[in-house]
Design a protein around this ligand. Structure first.
Ligand code: 3PG
Length: 305
């Protein structure tokens, strides 16, 4: 049984070693494809794989066609918008994620981006503090909950909107539940995005919503670039010269935004929210364990298709 780890953006070495150990001690054969630059490399590597561990790597119908022996693909991470779920199902491939395993890493980066932005990108000019500001958490899943925990340590007033999360879950975390995105954006000095990219959320962060933010508003995106209506964000930032945008997912218009919004815009060069040894170990080993458990016992607990 061959288990392929295919990661264009590699895990930390310590995580790869742990994944390998997990696979070998179950009596299976590990294989590794890292930093690949062409889809053909992935297509060749999956041809004899029984299981596949990925990160943001694209698994579409073409990859599934090439993976003749594949029975399971596990996205070592939270968002599985990179897997064509319908194609996986039609190829009789089980798709899973590893929810929660990298969420603290992403949350820490979100707070780091906030400090960076309110301190004027560490340029030496006088900025502002997070203490006493209202933070709006858009979606209260695993990352949103960690962001709330850390933000409370900064002394922020934390509010959250999540249509799928009961109020008492937020209240138990010391977070005020609000009941519309409009209310969240109009009350928050800083909004931190934690919504998945789905048909419903794509392009949903638009000019109408962002224009509700108070003077000096900051939008922090450690979720997905697809949820932003980029054209409207640019329009809004042109009209509202007080608004700042910091993101861990480089926008298509990165170059243009750098030129237009100097001092108000920052993107990491490559998504790095989950790029910590701890998150790599947690998510990578969880993925390996889920695969072993699936083959040994048929457990499909984290199946998403
Ligand atoms: C996730 O959905 O888990 C995060 O976006 C991390 O993605 P990555 O594994 O590609 O860094």
């Amino acid at each position: 049984m061959k288990i392929l780890v295919a990661t264009e953006k590699p895990f930390a070495k310590v995580a790869v070693d742990g994944i390998r150990k997990e696979i070998e001690s179950a009596g299976y054969e590990p294989a590794l494809l890292e930093k690949y630059t062409k889809k053909e490399q992935l297509l060749a590597a999956v041809s004899d794989a029984d299981a596949l561990i990925i990160r943001s790597d694209i698994v579409d119908a073409e990859v599934l066609d090439a993976a003749k022996r594949l029975k399971i693909v596990v996205r070592a991470g939270a968002g599985y918008d990179n897997i064509d779920l319908a194609a996986a199902t039609s190829h009789n491939v089980v798709a899973m994620n590893t929810p929660g395993q990298n969420s603290n890493a992403v949350a820490e980066l979100a707070l780091g981006l906030m400090v960076y932005a309110v301190r004027n990108f560490y340029g030496g000019t006088s900025g502002t503090e997070l203490m006493g500001k209202t933070l709006g958490i858009h979606a209260f899943g695993n990352v949103g909950r960690n962001v709330a925990r850390i933000a409370k340590g900064f002394g922020m007033n934390v509010i959250a909107y999540d249509a799928y999360c009961p109020d008492d879950v937020m209240q138990a975390a010391g977070v005020e539940a609000v009941h519309s995105a409009e209310e969240l954006y109009s009350r928050s000095n800083i909004v931190s995005l934690h919504i998945p990219a789905t048909a419903e959320t794509k392009n949903s962060i638009n000019r109408a919503l962002l224009s509700l933010m108070p003077e000096g508003g900051l939008l922090v995106n450690t979720a997905r670039k697809e949820v932003i209506n980029e054209e409207e964000l640019i329009q809004l930032m042109q009209e509202r010269t007080d608004i700042k945008y910091v993101t861990d997912i480089m926008p298509a218009a990165d170059q243009k935004m750098q030129e237009l919004f100097t001092g108000r815009y920052f993107s990491t060069p490559k998504k790095m929210g989950a790029q910590t040894a701890e998150a790599n170990i947690n998510a990578g080993i969880a993925a390996a364990k889920q695969i072993v458990d699936f083959f040994k016992t048929g457990n499909t607990r984290f199946k998403v298709n």
